[in-house]
Ligand binder design. Structure first.
Ligand code: PLP
Length: 388
């Protein structure tokens, strides 16, 4: 059994989660429940693979071994019923690097790109950096979770001549694990207007039963014609710092175009630590992952219990996947700035400001529960102190 209750001191390790916030907010004793990075040690099989590598002590240029391709293919087949061939796999130094390359490969400056609102902020960040026009389609709240507004998307696709959309599947920050039917409807819309879909599936393995993950590539007839699907093991196994990810591209035309842009940017060579960590994760991490999901579910349940009792005016969206909770604090009557300041400077606790996820994130916060239960309970107390 993995001891997820163990608390580690991550301060002084240049951790974005623990160290960077002290500079950002000029506060020392902050408890971070923000960025999607877990406070757990990686599975032992990954640590051992790195130990072997370090023992050997030579870190020269490395080719991508066939055994890594096999590990990826097997994981996708077993876990996601996805059939991927070796020559359909691209490696990138992170999902965001892959998305940026695809945006450059398939659109031009000033082209409009569709994203949801709210959604993971770097989607808009990359589009801005690349001078693409951002068109947001607001997610609607129905029965306590997000649903897509197909009529709104269709209108916006038509009006803005959209040729590219970025999908977050499962959805960050709402924790939605889109169903096959929802993805199919979205995909059919994209097919109708010839919209290429970049499906970011980095949270694919963090799904709670009875919800079922559907890969966008599996969601409809020949969706592979207009899909590039991105994923990584870095979110699943808490390896974000090794910056390694994959993209699956089945359409030969898209494959060629993406490859061209990747080569142009000389992004095709991947960090050796990424290759080793990825293979070890997929080969040895499954049991750890199963235990992790049970632990995360308990942390989520404890958070709901705590909020019911101590912060009844807040509304939490029940996540079907991810370890991120999307919380509506609007009934507290605070502006976004006041909400953030009160949490940080009075509660000494850091969450992600909802407004950074788009206008739909007004007066919301995103809470990361992937830490030891005792750390989480301390953080929740701090949130209550800040707001009550
Ligand atoms: C939806 C989503 N995509 C991408 C990333 C970042 O991926 P990477 O570190 O591989 O660039 C994250 C990190 O939290 C994420 O939540």
């Amino acid at each position: 059994m993995v001891n997820f209750d163990e608390q580690f001191n991550r301060k002084g390790t240049n951790s974005v989660k623990w160290d960077q916030i002290c500079h950002t907010y000029q506060e020392e004793e902050l408890l971070p429940l923000w960025v999607a990075d877990m406070d757990f040690k990686a599975p032992i099989g990954i640590i051992q693979a790195y130990q072997e590598m370090i023992e050997h002590g030579i870190f020269g240029y490395t080719t991508t071994p066939d055994s890594l391709y096999e590990a990826i293919i097997e994981w996708e087949k077993q876990k996601h019923h996805l059939s991927i061939a070796k020559d359909e796999i691209f490696f990138f130094s992170g999902v965001l690097a892959g998305l940026a390359t695809a945006i450059q490969a398939f659109t031009e400056p000033n082209d409009a790109v569709l994203i949801h609102d709210p959604v993971y902020p770097p989607f808009a960040g990359i589009l801005n950096e690349n001078k693409r026009k951002i068109v947001r389609s607001r997610l609607l709240e129905k029965d306590g979770h997000f649903v897509m507004d197909y009529a709104d998307m269709e209108e916006k696709i038509k009006q803005n001549h959209i040729k590219l959309a970025i999908l977050c599947n499962p959805h960050n920050p709402g924790g939605r694990v889109w169903t096959k039917e929802e993805l199919n409807q979205f995909g059919e819309l994209c097919r109708k207007y010839q919209v290429l879909v970049l499906s970011d599936e980095i949270h694919q393995d963090l799904v709670f039963l009875p919800n079922q993950m559907t890969s966008f590539l599996n969601a409809g007839y020949k969706f592979e014609d207009f899909t590039i699907q991105f994923t990584s093991m870095t979110k699943t196994f808490n390896l974000a710092g090794i910056k390694n990810s994959v993209a699956f591209v089945k359409n030969p035309k898209l494959h060629k175009q993406l490859e061209r842009k990747q080569t142009e940017n000389f992004q095709q060579e991947i960090n050796t630590f990424g290759l080793v960590g990825m293979e070890a994760a997929y080969r040895t991490g499954e049991e750890w992952l199963n235990e992790l999901l049970v632990y995360l579910q308990k942390n989520i349940d404890d958070t709901f219990t705590f909020f019911d009792k101590n912060l009844p005016k807040a509304k939490i969206m029940k996540p079907e996947g991810t370890y991120l909770l999307w919380i509506d604090f609007s009934d507290y009557g605070l502006s976004d700035e006041q909400l953030e300041n009160q949490l940080v400077h009075e509660g000494k606790v850091v969450l992600n400001a909802g407004i950074s996820y788009g206008p739909g994130g007004k007066q919301h916060m995103r809470l990361n529960v992937a830490c030891a239960n005792a750390t989480l309970l301390e953080g929740l107390k701090r949130i209550a102190t800040a707001l009550n």
